[in-house]
Design a protein. Sequence first.
Length: 459
Amino acid sequence: MPAWSPTSWKSKPAGQQPLYPSEDQAARVVHEISKLPPLVTSWEIHALRGQLAEAARGERFLLQGGDCAERYDHCDSSTIANKLKILLQMSLVLALGGRRRVTRVGRFAGQYAKPRSDDFETRAGVTLPSYRGDLINCPEFTEAARTPDPHLMLRGYERAALTLNFIRALVSRGFVDPSRLDYWNLDWVKESPMAEEYRRIARQIGESLRFMESLMGVHPGELQWIDFFTSHEGLHLLYEQAQTRRVPRQEGWYDLSTHFPWIGVRTADPRGAHVEFFRGIRNPIGVKVGPGIEPGTLREIVELLHPDDEPGRLTLIHRCGADKIGRYLPPMIEAVRATGRTVLWCCDPMHGNTRTTADGIKTRNFEEILSEIDQAFDIHAACGNRLGGIHVEVTGENVTECIGGARGVREADLKLAYESGLDPRLNYEQALEVALFISRKMGDERSQESEVRSQNKEA
């Protein structure tokens, strides 16, 4: 392959990139960030890649979730802790029901840039650049706010560092002590229809932990039993380039802005700048794939990004929609199988099921989300494959953005607490219901595999 460097992506067509008024000013900001300490470490990246390799072998399950797009003004302790609580609770449900270890990857500490369908937005006859996330410009509809500002990259680095610092402090201390599961509860959902089922699971885990304590003579809080990783869409290539560097005693280049960057559907062009950048970094990486991708293109992407078939290197995150997954997922699976590479398959049931109401509100139907997950498990099994992860947009806030779920959110309820500036997210109840549904599917999958093994022994 051609020689690679952190700037070789500039020789390729680069979509979804901001046009800064001053390229020199942007270059100065990139240089400044490149001299700052890394946000993550190479050994954390290698640890995640090892866990994703286990997930690809069916020994783990990937839970990836968080905000659609983080906001700088939401970088506060409550918001961050609530995101952590949701992912912890979901992982408990998945681990118990699926009898598999769970790898937790948050869409946070860097999910500040978003692709847009249109470069410009028009209101009342005024046309301005589209809002592309806090890393690039601001949401207010003024010329000053919508003009891309390279200094926002520096602020994004600082906000990511603050978020990571707080998460690491929580994970390393009593917040995640499994004997204190009450720490993980969200106050506003104590009377949720899902709360009692979660409490039942928590009691079951508590009893197991007390047994472990008596057996091993070690308090569970003394064990390093939880780790957390970060992820974001590696959309803004200057920001990713600024934090890509070599590290001592390791080969190659690492994007140290996050553990697990991914390429979105809009920029997954094998001849484009994003694939070029991603092929050269040592991180485990993800690629979103949807109905528009041709089997030949998917094979080319896999061969470019996963040439050595390194375990845990590549995760394919399919996002088809409940009404399209049956048609498009099987050819994707077959196309990857033809490459001879092993990948981790993950389902994003959110983006393919986005709808816009008559009032112009973006939403998602919870039943369609569950349907896509249900079909994903069954299609992978029918193809002799295994679904190894889930990728969802969730929040710890009491929002009404997706229709349906245990509380029965209706279209008329969306305006009660619609907080997202971009895509709709699952609230706590809906997220926990998704986890319970997946847990049951993994349980069914385990039972079927056990039955097949019994039949093979008898034969």
